[in-house]
Design a protein around this ligand. Structure first.
Ligand code: TXA
Ligand code: MG
Length: 350
């Protein structure tokens, strides 16, 4: 398949690429496009054949539902059975933005989009290119992250091209994604609402609206095999670069000591080692491919760089990546969730 490319530097001058990409969506094709969280791979959410193309292009398991992207709240009446009062309060505060809410769906949303569930995840992105694309297409756009399934989500156009060139009809590019990790998923079909995936809108921010909002326990305790994640996608190993990921959790001093010890053992075994660190600890490491995610005092920079850094290690052909950990609060919870999944929950506690 020939993939057409369009890059938007200035939304006013480059509008023609929005029109081209929206024509592809209207005609049942699939388009990679920027959002403030990560790049998405979109199709008309109401078109079964178009939605099937997404699953094929990504190699996505059939039981993993898609998130539907909208550009105005009015669409909710057409695609959901009910909008609970708390959902209205939450969307007034956080939409457009990096928050997906789970609603009961109407039949107009095909089972292919919701992977057979009677609920549907919906979000209104804040990225102007994304909003314009949805408006111009005139339909809700179903879009998972624009990576081959299992790989780290793309946060820039180049990475979309690497994963999807030749597999999709159109790749629409713009700036790199501002947030860098996927949206928070909040299930509002239950009371109190439950966070199924931590993301850009934090637990602390949501608790300001309802103190009872909580995190799906299966995300925090992987040792309890009875707990199954409520978001189907959260059960898969995810966000994995080609290299094996090792995550070290503990005090900064002990972490630095442990990472250095592990690194030298791996190097003795003839492996190429990457270490993912922070500005505060950078000077404590001397060997291996060392990349800092930024300062621990600025978690938004760390989230923004996380996926591109995992891919950068792959470009350096390392065999194993050893990473430092972060606090499970604020945006740190989303960062740690992605890291725990990247290492398959095989965590080294010091
Ligand atoms: O930030 C984002 O949400 C990005 C951008 C493109 O908007 N999209 C994204 O989609 O991350 P995806 O497909 O990579 O992740 C969607 C997650 C999966 O874990 C899926 O299982 C869950 O959302 N999900 C979707 N619909 C659901 C539903 N009805 N109930 C529970 N979980 C759902
Ligand atoms: Mg994804």
């Amino acid at each position: 398949m020939d993939t057409k490319l369009g890059y938007i530097k200035n939304l006013n001058k480059d509008k023609k690429y929005i029109v081209e990409a929206s024509d592809v969506i209207k005609n049942g094709g699939i388009v990679a496009f920027p959002t403030e969280t990560v790049y998405g791979l979109g199709a008309n959410a109401l078109n079964i054949d178009a939605v099937k193309k997404i699953f094929k292009a990504k190699g996505r398991p059939q039981d993993n539902p898609l998130i539907v992207h909208i550009s105005s709240k009015e669409v909710l009446d057409e695609i959901t059975l009910e909008v609970p009062r708390i959902a209205n309060i939450i969307m007034d505060r956080f939409w457009p933005g990096p928050l997906t809410m789970i609603f009961k769906k109407k039949d107009i949303i095909p089972n292919e989009t919701s992977a057979g569930l009677n609920t549907i995840g919906i979000r209104m992105p804040s990225d102007e290119v994304a909003l314009n694309l949805i408006k111009e297409a005139g339909v809700p756009i179903a879009a998972p992250s624009a990576n081959i399934s299992g790989r780290p989500s793309p946060t820039d156009m180049e990475t979309c091209i690497l994963d999807l060139n030749g597999r999709v009809d159109y790749i629409l590019g713009s700036d790199s994604s501002e947030v860098g990790v996927e949206s928070t998923i909040l299930d509002i079909t239950c009371n109190p609402p439950c966070i199924l995936r931590p993301g850009g809108i934090t637990l602390e921010m949501l608790k300001e609206i309802d103190d009872k909002i909580y995190i799906d326990k299966s995300l925090l305790d992987k040792n309890d095999k009875n707990l199954k994640p409520k978001a189907p996608g959260m059960k898969y190993k995810h966000y994995a670069p080609k290299a094996k990921v090792r995550l070290v959790e503990g005090s900064i001093e002990k972490t630095v000591e442990k990472i250095n010890e592990m690194m030298h053992n791996y190097i003795d075994d003839g492996l190429k080692v990457g270490i993912m660190v922070t500005d505060e600890t950078l000077s404590n490491y001397k060997d291996g491919v060392i990349i800092s995610l930024g300062s621990r005092n600025n978690l938004s920079t760390i989230a923004k760089k996380l996926f591109s850094t995992l891919r950068e290690f792959d470009n350096n052909n390392v065999d194993v990546i050893i990473s430092e950990s972060f606090e499970d609060t604020g945006l740190g919870l989303a960062i740690m969730n992605r890291l725990r999944k990247a290492c398959g929950f095989d965590i080294i506690k010091v």
